[in-house]
Ligand binder design. Structure first.
Ligand code: ADP
Ligand code: MG
Length: 189
């Protein structure tokens, strides 16, 4: 069930044309940056978009202009943990990894204490209105999020096509508090 939904929505998302991805991403990001939750956050952890995920590049540029700290997750496949690293210059700090995702290298990895995080943008493939999500299937965020203070806002940026009625949930799944799509803001609690 979870696997079928993941595949179905991934297929739909992959079918978006790149100008559509840009257009929708721009709308979603401007809705997000208008939120008090964003404006009040100094240190924001966000993902670097991959394939047709909602694009975060322009948001990173805006955050740097706004003098916010940009924090990115770096996966550690040895124990499925996330290292949180400060991103200072997207042009110079990032390199394509084996899987085609952008990552810092050993010289530009700047680990920070996750306790400094004020807000997390949680990536995902499928979401329901209660904030439950299906990720890429490795559970990185389900392991990482419970280590944070429960008051840290968890927000997801998603296209409307990624929202379904019910996502099958398991006890380890951590729901997000808010989802921003091109059409609306979903308050999950
Ligand atoms: N907090 C956790 N501790 C240990 N294992 C976990 C934890 N969260 C998730 N997992 C494991 O990670 C795997 C992937 O989790 P799943 O929720 O299916 O992926 P995703 O959230 O990426 O869609 C599962 O086998 C699950 O048991
Ligand atoms: Mg999960």
């Amino acid at each position: 069930m979870k696997e079928e939904l993941r595949k179905k929505i991934l297929l739909k998302r992959n079918q978006l044309e790149s100008d559509e991805v840009d257009r929708l991403s721009q709308g979603i990001v401007s809705k997000f940056t208008a939120l008090k939750t964003y404006q009040q956050a100094g240190n924001v952890m966000l993902y670097l978009d991959f394939r047709n995920e909602v694009k975060t590049g322009p948001l990173i540029e805006k955050m740097l202009q706004d003098k916010k700290q940009v924090l990115i997750p770096v996966t550690d496949p040895s124990d499925y943990s996330l290292i949180v690293s400060e991103l200072i210059d997207p042009q110079k700090d990032l390199f394509p990894s084996k899987f085609g995702m952008m990552e810092p290298n050993k010289d530009t990895l700047r680990p920070v204490d996750p306790n400094i995080i004020d807000l997390v943008l949680v990536p995902g493939l499928v979401f329901d209105k209660n904030g439950y999500r299906i990720g890429f299937g490795a559970g990185y965020y389900d392991r990482f999020l419970p280590t944070l203070d429960p008051h840290v806002p968890l927000v997801s940026l998603a296209y409307e096509l990624q929202i379904v009625d019910v996502v099958p949930k398991e006890p380890h799944d951590v729901p997000v508090h808010m989802i921003v799509t091109e059409q609306r803001i979903i308050q999950c609690r």
